[in-house]
Write a protein that binds this ligand. Sequence first.
Ligand SMILES: [Zn+2]
Length: 281
Amino acid sequence: MTYKAIYLTISVLLLGNTAQALEICGPKIQGAITASHTADVHEIYLNGKKIPVSDSGDFLLAFDRDARLKQELKILYKNEEEIYPEEYYTFTISPEKWDIQKVNGVAQNKVTPSEADTDEILRETRNVKEAIAGNTNQSFWKNGFVMPLEKYRVSGKFGGQRIINTIPKSPHRGMDLAAPEGTPVTASADGIVTLSGGDFFYSGNMVIIDHGQGLFTMYAHMKDVNVKKGERVTQGQTIGTVGQTGRATGPHLHWGASWNNIRFNPETLLELGKSEQCINI
Ligand SMILES: [Zn+2]
């Protein structure tokens, strides 16, 4: 994978006074997630948007497919006087190349939805938005991630620009794993279920799991789901089975990941917290 090969040459521009030690570990590239740590932190903002941070100073940073290359962190630190000195850090991420992905044979009403389908699509958007809006302050993600299927064939990569039945569509925001219908799907890490089922227009039956600090994984097009909203799940636990519900041309699992409402490549989760490519800024 290119994201593994290309690691950042970080350029740091310090605008504040004396900066605290701030560590960022992992690939700084479009579509990836990294783990970070800093001490004595009060609040952190990435490109002006507040991000979740644990009580011990752990936080995540993910970059979407089209993330701008120049990223800015603003950190408010605690000190003894309870004042929060601001520090600014800017760093550069590398661009990634994305595939053009041709998908044919999709039912025409799933490519260009009718007006009657609009309410259904809005219901899906609203439910997913709600499911990834909360945030458990527990850092379940720190124990690492595994693939949600034991055996699979990658049938769609993250970030591919999709041309569905010859009509250019929005990019693919997850990873498609083809497997026979009924194959058990397992939780890729510990967490709390925030959405289960739904029978949605695009995603069909879906499970979303909260792993803490704004990080969620998503499992779509499932035949059956057998966990409930609010349930605590453990890594490797069966949460349902592979199906082809929603917009799908064959049985597969769409595995997605979201951090702070940014969709990134779930495959980069497999290295989360394990990377020794750390930089102190
Ligand atoms: Zn997909």
